[in-house]
Ligand binder design. Structure first.
Ligand SMILES: Cc1ncc(COP(=O)(O)O)c(C=O)c1O
Length: 407
């Protein structure tokens, strides 16, 4: 079996039609769209076209789309820009404990600047209690920020209901839609969202391009100072190839969404059912109702082993997936999402995420299902946490893999 890529929530390959659409904008149509001459005029239309495509996927007006560099920038802009613009109204922000660091770290920075942030808890399935969310709103609340779907578990949050609560209390509502967009319908009008952020590299466009929907008339402070691009809302010379690529990626995602949902969901369900039925002591992380998770995401904990070690075993077989731990400064930190869900620390360390894409195949899923039980068993035999048999020494290959990464 060739290499298997199941880490599409981390990043995706650029789609061939996206690359093809981008190529002319590197050497032939290279102008700066802010220039008045022919070279600038040549590319202005391409940006308008891309803006329309992004707007169509999100169901907003093209004038409500702001191009920026990535999802992290969008989340920073939405939250800091709102906090600054509305600080005369209040200093309270509500978010959740399972957001991406692009939101959590931004809120943390604002707390240091005197803002008050409520981090909503989630239950053991990773879900929110909307009564708690509504009860957290005070007359000082200026912003609610809840992700559309979680990058680690794939959990989909009830954005329409939260939009109704925000509307009722006249509170600005931002959603990080980076993982949801392209995989499930993201309709910002229907959901009564004021700001939504997307990132190109999660949907088959290149890295370094993203967009934010900002509802018409919403007050926001500038985040990037400089030129007057994006109607004065985001300074910086346009990344024309990236913008064109994002437009086409949105168009392709919209056109193929139903087909891809069914295809990827079938593969994911087969993988999920196969793992849960063939390997003992495995825990599903995320909502047990698969309809409430992104179709491509599966997060499971293999008790008694570390996710990072399993990833090294995967790598030896050419399988790319990801774990809930980050190997930083010699220590393995369990994921904050697992922690928020109350997952036991040993299980949190063993969490493994498979995030599939339309490029995967049934043969790949079958290969993983064939290889995985033995890998898990091997790691359990080596684990001091697993007492069913005596630990066996690492082979030379295993030893090299383990020590190279975690020494
Ligand atoms: C939910 C979520 N939000 C934001 C981001 C950040 O996006 P970017 O990598 O484009 O900065 C990611 C990336 O993994 C994500 O999964």
């Amino acid at each position: 079996m060739d290499k298997i890529y199941m880490d599409n929530n981390a990043t995706t390959a650029v789609k061939p039609e996206v690359l093809e659409a981008m190529l002319p904008y590197f050497c032939e149509q290279f102008g700066n769209p802010s220039s008045v001459h022919w070279a600038g005029r040549m590319v202005g239309g391409a940006i308008d076209g891309a803006r329309e495509k992004v707007a169509k996927l999100l169901n907003c007006s093209p004038a409500e789309v702001i191009f920026l560099s990535c999802g992290s920038e969008g989340d920073n802009y939405a939250i800091k820009g709102t906090a600054e613009a509305l600080k005369d109204k209040g200093n309270h922000i509500i978010t959740t404990s399972v957001e991406h660091p692009a939101v959590l770290e931004t809120c943390d920075a604002l707390e240091k600047d005197g803002f008050d942030v409520t981090y909503l808890k989630v239950d053991s399935n990773g879900m929110l209690n909307l009564a708690e969310l509504e009860a957290a709103i005070t007359d000082k609340t200026i912003l609610i920020s809840v992700m559309w779907a979680n990058n680690e578990t794939g959990n989909i949050y009830p954005i329409e209901e939260i939009g109704q609560i925000a509307k009722k209390h006249k509170v600005r509502f931002h959603t990080d839609a980076v993982q949801a967009v392209g995989k499930i319908p993201v309709d910002v009008r229907k959901a009564n969202v004021d700001m939504a952020v997307i990132s190109g590299h999660k949907i088959g466009a290149p890295k370094g391009i993203g967009a934010m929907y900002l509802r018409r008339g919403s007050r926001i402070s500038r985040f990037m100072h400089g030129g007057h691009q994006e109607r004065n809302r985001r300074a910086g010379t346009h990344n024309v190839p990236g913008i064109v690529g994002l437009g086409v990626a949105c168009e392709v995602a919209g056109a193929n969404m139903d087909r891809d949902y069914t295809f990827v969901r079938n593969l994911r369900d087969k993988l999920e059912n196969g793992i849960l039925s063939s390997i003992p002591d495995v825990k599903l992380n995320g909502h047990p109702d698969a309809d409430l998770r992104l179709p491509n995401t599966l997060n499971v904990s293999f008790n008694f082993i570390e996710g990072e070690s399993l990833l090294l075993f995967f790598d030896m077989k050419g399988i790319a997936a990801s774990s809930g731990s980050a190997c930083t400064s010699g220590s393995l930190e369990p994921s904050h999402v697992m922690g928020a869900m109350g997952v036991d620390v040993v299980l949190a360390h063993s969490s493994t995420r498979f995030s599939l894409g339309s490029g995967n195949s049934i043969e790949e899923v079958e290969f993983i299902l064939h290889e995985l039980p033995a890998m898990v068993q091997r790691l359990r035999e080596m684990s001091p946490l697993y007492h069913r048999s005596e630990p066996t020494p690492l082979s030379c290959d295993e030893c090299r893999m383990v020590h190279k990464t975690c020494a």
